[in-house]
Design a protein around this ligand. Structure first.
Ligand code: HEC
Length: 162
């Protein structure tokens, strides 16, 4: 009896130590830095942008049936989101561990701004094309927009990171 009480006490002590470890390790995780939060915001914007551009691409390629109402909604969202990228590249977000944004974005700001403006112009044109409901016009505008995405990725995004 005395023996098993001692075992129980030991077990409780071990559990107490384990619990301390859990608490300690969750506290040890440091909060994200300003740069990390900026990268998260930027990547989230691109995720939402591409989540809405994807169906437009699928419609343009005939992988999804054309639907004028959905195309218009998606195109409006893409055109709304694109200018928000202007605020998504603050200097603190350069060189953060999990970013795929190349350093050249900050050393060649004019070139980068030009490519971003091309995206903004083409997504504006895409939304206008989607307003007409004309499948061919929308398809052309989707392809022009996709070229703007690729053109910037080629120069300013790391290939092996995503
Ligand atoms: C002006 C340059 C530029 C244009 C235009 C551009 N991108 Fe990107 N994109 C980037 C950069 C830089 C990153 C890397 C961001 C990071 O990791 O911080 C990126 C990342 C992404 C990501 C990955 C996001 C993540 O979660 O890591 C997706 C998806 C994406 N872009 C889709 C698109 C689509 C779709 C378009 C066109 C509709 C587009 N991009 C247009 C520069 C651009």
């Amino acid at each position: 009896m005395k023996q098993s009480l001692r075992m129980l006490a030991l077990l409780m002590a071990a559990l107490g130590v384990a619990a301390l470890f859990v608490v300690h390790s969750s506290q040890a995780k440091s909060p994200p830095t300003k740069g990390e939060m900026e990268v998260d915001y930027r990547q989230s914007l691109y995720t939402v942008l591409s989540g809405n551009f994807g169906p437009l691409g699928a419609m343009a390629e005939g992988k999804m049936p054309f639907n004028a109402v959905e195309a218009r909604t998606r195109a409006q969202r893409v055109a709304f989101l694109a200018p928000m990228l202007k605020e998504a590249f603050p200097a603190d977000s350069d060189g953060v561990a999990h970013t795929a944004a190349k350093h050249e974005i900050w050393t060649e700001p004019d070139e980068f701004a030009k490519k971003l403006q091309t995206l903004i112009d083409r997504t504006t044109a895409l939304a206008a094309a989607a307003d007409t409901g004309d499948a061919d016009k929308i398809k052309d505008a989707v392809q022009d927009t996709a070229k703007a995405c690729k053109d910037c990725h080629k120069k300013f995004r790391e290939k092996d990171k995503d």
